[in-house]
Ligand binder design. Structure first.
Ligand code: ATP
Length: 227
C-alpha cells in the first residue's frame, strides 16, 4: 500500500466550551480563541447548558442564550454552536455530553474540555468528575480572581498533580486524561457583572460583541420590566 493511500487525514483536537452564557461575553470568546491557538485546536464547540446542575438556574431562557452564542460566534469559522444540552430533558451533565461526543468523534480524536480556573476549582463537585478524565483532556485557563494554587479538595489536587502536562505535546500522546494550564489574556469580565450593569441601566458596551448587545436590546433581556 502506498504512503498516500494508507495515510488518513485526521482532524485536529476538538475543543469544548460549556457554560450558561447568560450572556456570552468577550471573556468566553478570548478563552476559546487563545486556547484554540495555544493547542492548535481544529474546532471549538460552544455548548450552552440546559439546566445546569452545579449552579443557579440561568435567568434567561435557553432560546435566548443559544441565540446570543450564535450571534457572538457567527464570524469565526473555528467556532461551532452545539445545542445538545439545551435540547436534552432534565439536568445537563458534562460527563454525558462528553460521552456522546466521544462516541461521535471516535476513540482516537483528542477532546479538550476548556474551562476557566474558577470552574476547575469546583470541578470535584461535578457529577462523576473522575470519569471525565477518560473522555477528554482539560485545558484550564487563568481567570482573574481564581488561582490554581488554591485547590482545596484533596482528590482534585491529587489528580491535578498527577495529570498536569508539562508541555502541549504531552497532550497528544493520548486522546484524553491530561490537564494543561493555558495562560490567556486576563479579562475580568463576567456574565454576572454584565447582568448587574444592564439591570442598573449601565452600558455593557465593550464587554460583549455588538451583535450580542443588539440582541439583548431587541429582546429586553436582563432589564427589570420592559423598557
Ligand atoms: P456567571 O457570572 O453568570 O457565573 P460566567 O461569566 O462565569 O457566568 P459561564 O458561562 O459560567 O460565565 O462560564 C463558562 C466558562 O467560561 C467557565 O469555564 C468559566 O470559567 C469560563 N469563563 C467565563 N468568563 C471568563 C473569563 N473572563 N476569563 C476566563 N474564563 C472565563
Amino acid at each position: 500500500m502506498s504512503a498516500s493511500s494508507s495515510s488518513r487525514i485526521t482532524p485536529g483536537a476538538l475543543g469544548i466550551l460549556g457554560g450558561t452564557f447568560d450572556p456570552i461575553h468577550f471573556g468566553h470568546l478570548r478563552l476559546a480563541q487563545e486556547v484554540a491557538d495555544a493547542l492548535s485546536l481544529s474546532e471549538v464547540r460552544f455548548i450552552p447548558a440546559g439546566t445546569p446542575p452545579h449552579r443557579a438556574t440561568p435567568q434567561t431562557s435557553a432560546v435566548h442564550r443559544v441565540a446570543m452564542v450564535k450571534e457572538a460566534i457567527a464570524d469565526n469559522p473555528l467556532f461551532v454552536l452545539d445545542e445538545r444540552e439545551t435540547r436534552r430533558e432534565g439536568l445537563s451533565y458534562s460527563v454525558d455530553t462528553l460521552a456522546a461526543l466521544r462516541a461521535e468523534q471516535g476513540a482516537a480524536r483528542p477532546l479538550v474540555l476548556i474551562m476557566g480556573a474558577d470552574a476547575f476549582l469546583a470541578f470535584h463537585r461535578w457529577h462523576r468528575w473522575p470519569d471525565i478524565f477518560s473522555l477528554a483532556h482539560i485545558a484550564v485557563a487563568h481567570r482573574p480572581g481564581a488561582a490554581l494554587m488554591q485547590i482545596n479538595d484533596a482528590a482534585l489536587a491529587q489528580e491535578f498533580a498527577r495529570r498536569r502536562a508539562d508541555n502541549v505535546e504531552a497532550l497528544w500522546q493520548a486522546p484524553a486524561g491530561r490537564i494543561a494550564e493555558v495562560p490567556i489574556t486576563a479579562l475580568d469580565i463576567s456574565a454576572t457583572a454584565i447582568r448587574a450593569a444592564l439591570l442598573s441601566r449601565r452600558s455593557a458596551r465593550y464587554l460583549t460583541p455588538p451583535a450580542v448587545l443588539a440582541y439583548i436590546d431587541c429582546n429586553y433581556l436582563f432589564y427589570k420590566g420592559k423598557l
